[in-house]
Each structure stands twice: as C-alpha cells, then as structure tokens.
Design a protein around this ligand. Structure first.
Ligand code: KG4
Ligand code: ZN
Length: 336
C-alpha cells in the first residue's frame, strides 16, 4: 500500500510517502521568513504553502520512485491549525485523490503527533501514555488502541511551546524560541532561580501562564533597564526549562501511578528539547516502562506522522472521501 501524506497546519509544508509500511520520503519546507515578524503570520503562511505544495509533492514522489497513479491513499491534515494554511494542504489532498480516483483520509494534527512515535523502530505498545507537547497543545492522553484515545488532561491556558516562545521573546531570542532557550540553558545549568510550577485541582491538567508571568516579573524586578546580561539570560532559560519539565514529569508520574500502561511516548515540537527528553526517560526507567520519543525530524510538524496515522485509520475501516468538509466539524475538540 502506497500512502501520500500532506501537512500544512502552521509554518511547515511537508509531504511524505510511505510504501508498504516503509517511509520513503518526508520532505519538510519551513517558512523561515516569519522570524522577522516574531511569530507566524497566518495569511503569509497560506500563500507560502500554496507556492510550495505542488513541487514538494513532485519531489517526494520522485524520492520514493513512485508515480502519482501508484498512490493508493491520500491523507492530509484537517485541523487543528491555521484555517487558511490547513485549507491549502487539505484541499490539495482531496483534489489529488479525486483526480486519481483514490481514497482520502483527513487526519487530526494532534493524532498525527501521537503517531510520530510509531515512526520509530521501537513502537509504543497499547495501552500507553502519550504526552503531546507542541506550540499549540499540551496534552496527556491514554492511547488504548488505534481508535481509542482518551484525554486525561490538557493545558488550561498557554501551551508549553507557546510559553517557550514567549519567554524567548522576553529574553530577546526571537522566534521560534524553544531551540534558543535550550541552547542558552546549556550555559545556565544549576541556576538557583526558582520559578513556580502551578498546582491545579485536576491532577492531569497543566498551566504555563503563571510561569511565564513569573519570568516576566523576575526580569522586570532585576533588570528594569531592559538589559539582561547573557549569563542571566542563560540562568533564566535553564530555570524556566526546568520548571516546564517539572510540570510535565509531575503529571506524567501521577498518570503512571493511576493507569496500567505498557509504554510512554513524548511527542510534539517541544519533544525536541534534550532536557525534557532526558527527564522523561528517567521517569520511564524509574517506572520500568518502555519509552518512545521520536527522532528530532518527527518531533516538529511533518507529513510522515500524518501519512502513518491516515494509514492506520484506513486499515481500521475509516474512510472520509473527497467531499469531506472539516470546517468546523473536524473532531478536534476532544483534544481542546
Ligand atoms: O509541534 P510543533 O512543530 O508545531 C505545533 O503543532 O505547534 O511545535 C512547535 C513548538 C514551538 O513552540 C517551538 O518553540 C517548540 O515546539 N520547540 C521547542 C524545541 N524545538 C521546538 N521547545 C523546546 N525545546 C526545543 N528544542
Ligand atoms: Zn504540530
């Protein structure tokens, strides 16, 4: 079975090809030009997706040595994400499937991230705990099977990645902030700043807004001229990152104590963070659970995870068709 996947939910256009369960291509084109605006500009993102999607599909098929007629299933991200950006990949995918008279599956972006764990050689075993940590979401999920995913908790305000981006902005690092905070934190290890981790009534929910504000207050109090020496930026970055990791680990630990699972998987853009990866590996080892964290290529937005998820849905009897109209009906609310 040959599957073509398209991802265009935010600032990455990506096309992947899976042939007989083997990933043959996963091309990712990142829209770096958003940096100068300090964040993603939705309309510019849609236009850039539109320009790149056709050549990227051609390149991905070439890389996989596949003609478009040989595709059996087309999958595309249908949400959540930027509406205009999503429309490009989704409409293209549906149109391509229609023109080729092939099957089409719309994929939920969050489910795509969850499935990035399955792109690794060692795969998650059901039931398992999935920690989805991205720029738009922070979720703790109990994945029971390919079609049963139960939400245990989510953020009540900012997503963890969003907090990384906002704190990076406060430190003058620019967008996207996550990788820059990680880099700076390497020189701020063992910093003594104690940023608070919110303790919520619901044991599996997260909150990062208070943490973000406490970083802001710390900067305002200690550097009221707005000039933060590099050494202090590094310390703030380290302490902030440590607080995010603490929140993620604390809730995961509670979930591991509550639910009988076989493995645990960390996915999403923030899963690229070395400190957070190591913290979760330590936790999993302590509980003697198998841990699956995708390689960096599969942490951020990519079409390989969309193609894989689409194929699993297809194999489980789900079929959307070319007239699938997701807005506003994509079943994404269960993750919000
Ligand atoms: O999953 P993703 O690529 O897009 C969304 O679906 O949101 O995640 C993007 C987020 C951004 O907030 C970015 O700052 C964060 O992932 N990120 C990181 C790292 N690399 C990317 N956060 C912390 N450490 C990193 N190394
Ligand atoms: Zn994402």
């Amino acid at each position: 079975m040959n599957v073509l996947g398209i991802e265009s939910s935010c600032d990455e256009t990506s096309v992947a090809v899976i042939c007989n369960n083997e990933l043959k291509a996963n091309l990712i084109s990142s829209q770096d030009f958003h940096k100068k605006y300090g964040g993603v500009v939705p309309e510019l993102s849609s236009r850039a997706h539109l320009q790149i999607v056709t050549p990227l599909i051609r390149d991905a098929l070439d890389k996989a040595s596949l003609s478009k007629e040989e595709i059996d299933l087309v999958t595309a991200t249908a949400g959540p994400g930027l509406i205009g950006a999503l429309l490009v990949g989704l409409t293209f995918g549906k149109g391509l499937a229609y023109s080729l008279n092939k099957s089409f599956i719309a994929v939920n972006h969050i489910e795509g991230h969850i499935y990035s764990g399955f792109l690794m050689e060692e795969k998650p075993e059901f039931p398992y705990l999935a920690l989805v940590v991205s720029g738009g979401h922070t979720l703790l999920l109990l994945v029971k099977s390919h079609t049963e995913i139960r939400k245990l908790g989510s953020t009540v305000d900012d997503a963890a990645g969003e907090a990384f981006d906002k704190v990076a902005k406060m430190l003058g690092f620019g967008y996207p902030g996550g990788p820059k905070i990680q880099k700076a934190s390497e020189n701020g290890e063992n910093s003594e700043i104690n940023f608070p981790v919110a303790d919520l009534k619901d044991p599996f929910n997260f909150s990062f807004s208070g943490l973000k504000t406490s970083v802001l207050r710390f900067i305002q109090k200690n550097f009221n001229d707005g000039l933060i020496p590099e050494i202090d930026k590094n310390k703030i970055a380290y302490s902030f990152q440590k607080a995010v990791a603490k929140a993620l680990i604390r809730n995961s630990e509670k979930a591991l104590k509550t639910f009988e699972v076989k493995s645990i998987s960390l996915v999403g853009g923030v899963a690229a963070n070395g400190f957070i990866r190591n913290s979760l590996i330590e936790l999993a080892n302590h509980f003697n659970k198998k841990i699956i964290i995708p390689k960096i290529e599969f942490c951020g937005d990519n079409a390989a995870m969309i193609a894989y998820r689409g194929q699993k849905l297809f194999e489980n009897g789900i079929f959307h068709g070319w007239d699938y109209a997701p807005f506003p009906s994509m079943p994404e609310n269960q993750y919000n």
